[in-house]
Design a protein around this ligand. Structure first.
Ligand code: 5AD
Ligand code: SF4
Length: 503
């Protein structure tokens, strides 16, 4: 039984299971909710069967992500038979979008909490458990009332962080904007995340400083259209370029990144900041979505392909070594083979580092679903998706191959996924072998993973203690997604040493 907050609530084991799908915003939201619940005495479990409190942090951008959550919920239909005090909650975008519908489709759900009400979760869990009643907290509309509520939610919430929920202990997300006012016709985000609001620079700088003091080395600034950031503080206008400058010299921070950019707001001052501030990653994710003017117009993206090209040329001119990546939607209503071919042309021309490719998914609440039929058959969407991915992979591999022989400064993230899998398999094998307590764990290098300043993934052998440090890596091989290399060892007359020195 937990103390404090939960005094009047029935017995529960204090174990929380949380599953997060969707974007980095959701990862950050989960981190904040877990931090708050830890303060109430909860601990995390990775086994849903062991949890008296279950949360799903959801995504509504595509139908597929929602299906996944509803089927997960379906699997929990009878789990309260064994655990009558269990509380099951749905939070995030799908909660905001579906509201009551979630209770109708999954009557065993106790909580539905929108993106702007996350700070209420501890109280709502308590109430749902003690009163055995459903609780719902969502924004009622996008207007002023919910605007203030959402703003206060992220401001009062962000300073409390849970390092165990981060990608690694030294990488953290910092929200600088919430919501979106762009209203692309296919996109549900303006409805689920509310109106676009930028956070005051002072608060962001404070949060970055706190994170650095906790050992964070890399901060990724988050916003749906992060380069639309704009705040007037003490009579001075702060754009993203000003914000980057403000936080750049925070002691302990080695890298700054920002995602996701909106093509129309890729202004020269931002490109100059990326060029001149050495800690800022030379990486720009700027989704094009389509290479066809008619489709871009239908999407209401606010630019033509010519304007996207012009923006891309400016990036190449000002930042010749920067990596640019994109998102594309295939099979948007009305997309002909000709318009699809124009997207392929844009990919060939811009040679993106990588592209995230999505099949159009009609979303309730968007303009596109009201105005047009979803008229591109699924098998054509699938074929276009696969073909586009093949083209992008081909380009990525060619461009990566050009980097063989170069040396990059890499921020080491930790043990690579494949090395972790191999270690787990080995541990499993070992369990059948009598353990010798005297035996030393196998010494020697492990495959590590890190990223270059251009956000390219690099694997190399090294000591796991390098995690969180910069290392110099010489590249000798590649695939479409990964560079393979080895740590550069500097020889000198009196001694040889490896970079970097880790104390
Ligand atoms: N269908 C398919 N893809 C979508 N995206 C957003 N809405 C939809 C949708 N309805 C994609 C866009 C966006 C990315 C996060 O998701 O490419 O940039
Ligand atoms: Fe969605 Fe468009 Fe806003 Fe991106 S800019 S979140 S695609 S509405």
């Amino acid at each position: 039984m937990l103390d404090g907050h939960a005094m009047s609530a029935p017995e529960h084991n204090g174990k929380l299971y949380i599953e997060t799908v969707g974007c980095q915003m959701n990862m950050l939201d989960s981190e904040l909710v877990v931090a708050e619940l830890r303060k109430q005495g909860f601990s995390l479990t990775s086994d849903v069967k062991d949890a008296d409190t279950i949360l799903f942090n959801t995504c509504s951008v595509r139908d597929h992500a929602e299906h996944k959550i509803y089927s997960q919920l379906g699997r929990l239909k009878f789990s309260k038979r064994a655990r009558p005090n269990q509380v099951i909650g749905v939070m995030g975008c799908m909660a905001q979008k579906d509201q009551e519908l979630i209770f109708n489709r999954a009557p065993h759900v106790d909580l539905v909490v929108g993106t702007g009400q996350l700070k209420e979760i501890p109280r709502l869990i308590d109430e749902a458990r003690s009163e055995r009643g459903r609780r719902m907290a969502v924004s009622l509309d996008r207007k002023e009332g919910s605007r203030a509520e959402v703003a206060s939610s992220f401001e009062s919430y962000d300073p409390a962080r849970d390092p165990t929920m981060r990608p690694t202990p030294f990488q953290a997300f910092v929200r600088i904007m919430i919501g979106c006012d762009k209203f692309c016709t296919y996109c549900v985000v303006p409805m689920t995340r509310g109106p676009e609001q930028s956070r005051p620079p002072r608060e962001i700088a404070h949060e970055v400083k706190l994170l650095a003091q906790q050992g964070v080395k890399e901060v990724t600034l988050l916003g749906q259209t992060v380069n639309s950031y704009k705040v007037t503080q003490d009579g001075k206008l702060f754009r993203l370029s000003d914000l980057l400058e403000l936080i750049h010299d925070t002691a302990g921070i080695l890298r700054l990144k920002f995602v996701t950019n909106y093509p129309r707001d890729m202004t020269d001052d931002l490109l100059q900041a990326v060029r001149d501030l050495p800690k800022v990653a030379q990486y720009l994710h700027v989704p094009a979505q389509s290479g066809c003017d008619e489709i871009l117009k239908r999407m209401k993206r606010g630019y033509t392909v010519g304007e996207y090209r012009e923006m891309h040329a400016r990036i190449r001119e000002k930042l010749p070594t920067a990596a640019v990546s994109s998102d594309f939607i295939v099979g948007m209503c009305g997309e002909t083979d000709e318009s699809y071919q124009k997207s392929l042309d844009l990919i060939r021309e811009c040679r993106f580092k990588n592209s995230f490719i999505f099949k159009y998914s009609p979303r309730p609440g968007t303009k596109a679903i009201d105005l047009w039929d979803d008229d591109v058959p699924e098998e054509i969407k699938r074929r276009r998706n696969n073909e586009m991915l093949d083209l992008q992979n081909h380009i990525s591999e060619e461009d990566n191959a050009n980097l063989i022989g170069s040396t990059f400064e890499v921020l080491v993230e930790g043990i690579s996924k494949s090395a972790r899998k191999a270690q787990a398999a080995e541990a499993l094998d070992d369990s059948f072998v009598p353990q010798n307590s005297e035996a030393e764990p196998a010494a020697g290098p492990t495959q590590l993973v890190g990223r270059t300043r251009c956000d390219r993934i690099v694997v190399f052998d090294g000591n796991p203690r390098l995690a969180g440090n910069l290392a110099e890596i010489a590249i000798h091989d590649c695939s479409a997604t990964t560079l393979m290399g080895s740590i550069v060892t500097h020889e000198s007359e009196h001694r040889s040493y490896s970079l970097p020195v880790v104390s």
